[in-house]
Write a protein that binds this ligand. Structure first.
Ligand code: G
Ligand code: MN
Length: 412
């Protein structure tokens, strides 16, 4: 089933805790350039960055591969238009993630640089085109100017905007990889909806799903997310990357009795087995109407879709939830963080994982940001890991490159 069947197995030694993790620190300035200009830009970037270091790559796809597992944003990106023959969209979409957003300066050709900068601004990134940069002081001033660019002036989000965004293709999926903890093989992707807003930048689903529900747009939004996920997954399967996809859907969509049939039809149209889709339910959705959610989960299971409980925390309120017909439990990232700090928490979590396994549930550890968290996730017996150390939410076009890079280096 694994998307990484052709990916080489990751390093097998599990002394992860001893390995210094380069991704934890902020990245140095990123320079995407080649030829003569590369050395010049790298020199300028090194002088105006704080550490004197710079990450230099010759094209957009290598930048994507490097950023795909970064723990934090580079202070700025300097890019030569000529280094963007392909992969521009992938790189800009990755850089636009709220917790990665970095200002980007295109240096060079008066024809191409402004067009690329406009494309970046269209995704809400702070971006500028310049023909040349005199020295590191000029660069520092340009970067400082880009940082000041206010986002606060953007008008509040409205229902009409959202309706237009859904119809016009501005709601786009990102895919965050999940890998097996025992052998590192990538098996699943979580689809995360984003709103690519030209003024607000990239907006996460938690910020616009409530608006969609209030405005009667939940069904249209859910439809859009499902159609994209199925199309993207079908393309990946055609490229022999046989991932499964987990979907987060608005409550109204989950409770619609026709959802399972619609999902089946979408799978059939995309040539995908129903087992390739898992539907995630969050605790807050379940709490709104436990009985209705139980029935919805049973309907999904009847057609053999996976059903997962998202952001699980073992609180009193959730004690009964494990009895619902789930196939998977996702441990909230706060649990993984607590377990990292405290041995008793690790023991409690290992016990929870055992109980989940007894019920036949697979267990995903969320928030795996470091090799230490990876080792803890293994120790408590979780099956899959998801988090920045494994991979960020990526545009669909970056999954193949991520899979190859992960297969080459694995969790270290
Ligand atoms: O609630 P849910 O698990 O669906 O939330 C997914 C969100 O968590 C995504 O928007 C993603 O950007 C964020 N996320 C994913 N991996 C990590 C991680 O390792 N650390 C942190 N802090 N956030 C993460
Ligand atoms: Mn989720």
């Amino acid at each position: 089933m694994g998307g990484g069947e052709q990916a080489a197995g990751p390093a097998s030694g599990q002394s992860a805790a001893a390995i210094p993790w380069p991704g934890v620190a902020r990245l140095p300035p990123l320079v995407v350039a080649r030829g003569e200009l590369a050395g010049h830009l790298a020199g300028l970037a090194a002088e105006s960055g704080s550490s004197g270091e710079v990450l230099l790559v010759p094209n957009a796809d290598l930048a994507v591969t490097r950023l795909a597992r970064a723990a934090g944003a580079p202070p700025f990106v300097l890019a030569q238009p000529g280094a963007f023959r392909a992969g521009l969209g992938r790189l800009l979409r990755l850089l636009a993630e709220p917790d990665l957003a970095a200002p980007i300066l295109f240096v060079g050709s008066p024809h191409r640089a402004p067009r690329l900068a406009a494309a970046a601004r269209g995704l809400g990134l702070a971006s500028l085109a310049v023909q040349e940069i005199a020295d590191s002081r000029a660069l520092a001033a340009l970067v400082a100017g880009l940082r000041e660019r206010p986002r606060g002036n953007a008008p509040p989000l409205g229902a009409e905007d959202l309706a237009r965004a859904i119809a016009g293709g501005a709601i786009v999926n990102r895919y965050q990889p999940q890998v097996r903890l025992d052998d590192g093989v990538p098996v699943a992707l979580e689809a995360l909806a984003r709103w690519e807003h030209p003024l607000h930048g990239l907006i996460g689903a938690t910020e616009f799903v409530p608006l969609a529900e209030r405005a009667g747009l939940a069904a249209a939004l859910g439809h859009r997310v499902v159609q994209q996920a199925v199309a993207d997954l079908a393309a990946l399967h055609a490229a022999r990357l046989r991932y499964t996809v987990a979907l987060n859907l608005p409550l109204d969509v989950l409770l619609d009795a026709h959802l399972p049939e619609r999902l089946s039809a979408a799978c059939a149209a995309g040539g995908l087995p129903v087992e390739a889709l898992t539907i995630e339910l969050t605790e807050s959705q379940i709490a709104r109407d436990l009985e209705a959610v139980r029935e919805a989960a049973l309907r999904l299971r009847a057609l053999r879709f996976g059903v997962s409980i998202d952001d699980f925390t073992p609180s009193e309120a959730q004690a009964g939830l494990v009895a619902l017909p789930f196939t998977e439990m996702k441990l909230d990232r706060s649990l993984v963080l607590d377990a990292l700090r405290d041995r008793r928490q690790r023991a409690a979590l290992a016990d929870l994982v055992r109980r989940a396994h007894d019920r036949g549930l697979a267990v995903v550890a969320e928030g795996v940001e470091t090799p230490q968290a990876w080792a803890v996730a293994q120790e408590i017996g979780a099956d899959l890991a998801q988090g920045w150390m494994v991979g960020r939410p990526l545009p669909a076009g970056a999954i193949a490159a991520w899979t190859a890079a992960w297969g080459a280096s694995g969790p270290v």
